[in-house]
Design a binder for this molecule. Structure first.
Ligand code: SF4
Length: 66
């Protein structure tokens, strides 16, 4: 089933991994990263997102410096 919100979600998505097949499907994005002990790219500041390190450890380290 195609996500009816996908096009709208893509407009707001700050993830730069353009070829990802979960792009714009936030529920699948969250499930994927949660299952891997990670956090989706849109939760990271712009420069940190570009590293593609989605780990909780990196998330905490980035935001603790802000
Ligand atoms: S955060 Fe991860 S799953 Fe979500 S769109 Fe980016 S690369 Fe894909």
């Amino acid at each position: 089933m195609e996500c009816k919100n996908r096009e709208r979600n893509i407009k707001d998505c700050s993830c730069t991994y353009i070829s990802c097949n979960k792009r714009g499907m936030c529920c699948e994005c969250v499930m994927y990263h949660r299952a891997n002990g990670e956090i989706p790219g849109c939760f990271f500041p712009k420069e940190a997102e570009k590293t593609y390190d989605r780990s909780i450890k990196y998330f905490i380290s980035v935001w603790s410096k802000k």
